[in-house]
Design a protein around this ligand. Structure first.
Ligand code: CMP
Length: 143
């Protein structure tokens, strides 16, 4: 089973829609194996978004990510990375169609509600940045 990292950005808690967004992933059949609410610090945000350093939106992206708590999660499932990105929709809000999370809830690319890993290497790096290995719970279905 593949694991992927997702992060609900500060606007999600501010708008009180965390439950709705998490519900989208659960309803699809993905398995939640780790979750935490945290206020990131600047160093952590800069590590998480290192690949965007120097881009014109970088400063605002860091500022927004620091503006409140985020919800960090690890989801598991067959081809979970692709499945989550399909549910989330494209980064560019102009092409995120209604029916996707970004298409339904976000108005601007910079404030696009949710971050999702884009590759197995990113998933591994992002999971390790937010979670200790023992915080990933290997629970069994069927109760
Ligand atoms: P995310 O998936 O978290 O990864 C990088 C983030 O940078 C992205 O979501 C957006 O929040 C932001 N971003 C990417 N491209 C742009 C852009 N062209 N303009 C503003 N923000 C952007």
């Amino acid at each position: 089973m593949e694991k992927t990292f997702t992060m609900l950005k500060p606007g999600v808690l501010q708008r009180r829609i965390a439950g709705e967004v998490i519900h989208r992933f659960e309803r699809k059949g993905l398995k939640l194996i780790a979750l935490k609410l945290l206020q990131m610090d600047k160093a952590m945000v800069e590590t998480h978004y290192a690949e965007h350093k120097g881009k014109d939106f970088y400063g605002k992206l860091v500022e927004y990510t620091l503006s409140g708590p985020v919800v960090a999660m690890v989801w598991e499932g067959e081809e979970a990375i692709t499945m989550v990105r399909r549910l989330v929709g494209p980064t560019d809000i102009d092409v995120s169609l209604p029916g996707t999370i970004r298409g339904d809830y976000a108005y601007r690319t910079r404030l696009n509600i949710v971050h999702a890993s884009d590759s197995p290497a990113s998933a591994e790096r992002e999971i390790a940045l937010f979670f200790k290995p023992e915080e990933l719970i290997d629970w069994k279905d069927g109760n």
